[in-house]
Design a protein around this ligand. Structure first.
Ligand code: FE2
Ligand code: FE2
Length: 245
């Protein structure tokens, strides 16, 4: 077990201790669920003619919209208005920039459908890792929010299967799909690292770390982490790169 694996849950516990910390994080999750991806689904639908795949895409889109609503209800239960979302906290915008503005371009062909679903796949992989981390912490404060995380995790696991099925169907061959998937995993990890840092800076600026001793400790740790950043690969990315040698 590496140091980061031990420290991250402790850091999150401190950040989520005040209701404002919980409201901020839940608002970010809600935003990522129903803001960023919606256009991709509609765009992809116009390119896919297999009714079985169309059903998957529609169900996936409807799930993400529902997840957004569920997390907004979680925000409301904290009793804190997190205010407008600062643009630097938008994880999907950052991923979009890393993949050359893919979200705002029209999907033109089968390769475009493959890439769209591989981007969704790496986003789902990250969501699963993060939600598993948040669930036990939120369970201490609000049983309903923990229940929402459990429900959403089950959906995201199903979405991963959709992503695999659809990207495979539209990939020119398996080698291309795997190479593209791993390339996107690296880009997503670098976007995630930047979003994590932006989030930490925001939390300190907002006074979310209320207790002085943990605040000084985590400020020191995050400054140290910025000097020697480690690319935060998801478990799937780590497994893929270990296998590739
Ligand atoms: Fe979701
Ligand atoms: Fe999802």
């Amino acid at each position: 077990m590496n140091l980061k694996k031990i420290l991250t849950p402790l850091f999150m516990e401190e950040m989520l201790r005040p209701p404002k910390g919980r409201a901020n994080l839940l608002a970010q999750i809600a935003d990522a669920e129903d803001n960023g991806e919606a256009k991709i689904f509609d765009d992809v639908l116009s390119k896919v003619d297999d009714p079985k795949l169309q059903k998957m895409i529609q169900r996936h889109r409807d799930d993400e919209v529902r997840h957004g609503q569920l997390f907004r209800e979680c925000v409301a239960r904290t009793g804190v208005d997190p205010g407008p979302m600062p643009p630097e906290l938008r994880a999907l915008d950052r991923i979009d920039r890393k993949v050359g503005g893919f979200f705002s371009r029209k999907i033109e062909d089968e390769r475009g459908v493959m890439i769209a679903y591989l981007i969704l796949q790496v986003i789902e992989e990250r969501a699963l890792e993060q939600f598993a981390l948040y669930l036990p912490i939120f369970a201490r404060y609000d049983a309903r929010t923990a229940e929402v995380f459990r429900e959403v995790i089950a959906d995201e696991e199903r979405h991963l299967k959709y992503c695999e099925a659809i990207s495979r169907r539209y990939a020119p061959d398996e080698d291309t799909r795997v190479a593209e998937l791993n390339r996107l995993r690296l880009l997503e990890a670098s976007a995630h690292l930047e979003t994590e840092q932006a989030n930490t800076d925001y939390a300190f600026a907002q006074g979310i770390f209320e207790r002085p001793v943990p605040r000084i400790f985590w400020q020191t740790m995050t400054q140290w982490g910025k000097k020697s950043p480690i690319l935060p690969l998801t478990p799937q990315a780590r497994a893929a790169f270990a296998q590739a040698g």
